[in-house]
Write a protein that binds this ligand. Structure first.
Ligand SMILES: Nc1ncnc2c1ncn2[C@@H]1O[C@H](COP(=O)(O)OP(=O)(O)OP(=O)(O)O)[C@@H](O)[C@H]1O
Length: 266
């Protein structure tokens, strides 16, 4: 469904962030991208929707080669890729509802969106999504009145109202406390399952990744060092990805938000 072939990114500074990365993500698969700081995780995510322009290689979304598209065609294809950011990227002075509806901007004509005249079905869908993430009662609140966890839920609704084929998620929990982080990861993974949506989640927290995803990709120096199920992430594998460290503490059992003990993703 999403396919990267020999994807290379070399920044102007000479930094080789991605070295010929091959990756195939089937429909409906949620995968976590882990690796040390500077491994190339954000670059990989951003090369997919060309927020960062790849140096060479190809990216396919279904049959469409994204790396060949002109800027107009790319704008249209970006509607099929929902993005969720670490810092939420909400418009602070707009309401929750308006922030969610902004996910439709790629579909609604310029003047209609400028005047914020979205079709009724967009409002209905925004309400359904807000209800699904537990925020229907906050639709009229301003974004700057929300907590971090609530903001990220709005960010999730904004990505989903695009009706994307794939979600690109860049450190969704980095600004959240541990309990809220688990709730947000669970929500993202549940929504992907409900919608048969593929997702690539760039995440620093290995234990959190292991709890929720079916597949983990370990990146190091712009190269895939590990590709497998979460329970195959042994201390030896983690050492290959991150270097020498005491990993026993990292892959210890983790408590979920109900206080239940979880070892890895089901
Ligand atoms: N805009 C840029 N210009 C030059 N070099 C960059 C740029 N962005 C990233 N890099 C370099 O590319 C490499 C990969 O960076 P990237 O941010 O993709 O890694 P990451 O795995 O997401 O790191 P982190 O977990 O710290 O966010 C690093 O060496 C980084 O310094």
């Amino acid at each position: 469904m999403l396919r990267l072939e020999k994807l290379v990114k070399t920044y102007k500074t000479g930094d080789q962030a991605l070295k010929a990365v091959d990756l195939d993500v089937p429909e409906g698969q949620v995968l976590a991208l882990i690796g040390p700081s500077g491994a190339g995780k954000s670059t990989l995510i951003r090369c997919i929707n060309r927020l960062v322009e790849p140096t060479s290689g190809q990216v396919f979304l279904g049959e469409t080669e994204l790396t060949r598209l002109s800027s107009g065609a790319l704008r249209r294809e970006r509607c099929r890729m929902g993005m969720i950011f670490q810092e939420y990227a909400l418009v602070e002075r707009l309401t929750v509802m308006e922030n969610v509806l902004s996910g439709r901007l790629g579909y609604v004509g310029f003047w209609r969106s400028f005047l914020r005249r979205f079709p009724q079905e967009d409002f209905d869908e925004a309400f359904r999504l807000l209800d699904r993430v537990g925020l229907a009662h906050m639709a009229d609140k301003r974004a700057d009145e929300l907590s971090g966890g609530q903001r990220q839920r709005v960010g999730i609704c904004r990505a989903l109202i695009q009706d994307p084929a794939v979600l690109l998620v860049d450190e969704p929990t980095a600004s959240l406390d541990p309990k809220t982080s688990r709730q947000i990861m669970r929500l993202i993974c549940e929504l992907c399952k409900e919608r048969k949506l593929a997702a690539i989640i760039n995440i620093h927290d290995v234990a959190l990744a292991q709890m929720f995803v079916q597949r983990v990709i370990g990146l190091r120096f712009g190269t895939i060092e590990f590709d497998g199920p979460p329970d195959a992430l042994t201390p030896e594998v983690l050492t290959t990805i991150y270097g020498e460290e005491d990993w026993e503490a990292t892959i210890e059992k983790v408590e979920d938000e109900n206080g239940d003990t979880i070892e890895a993703a089901e």
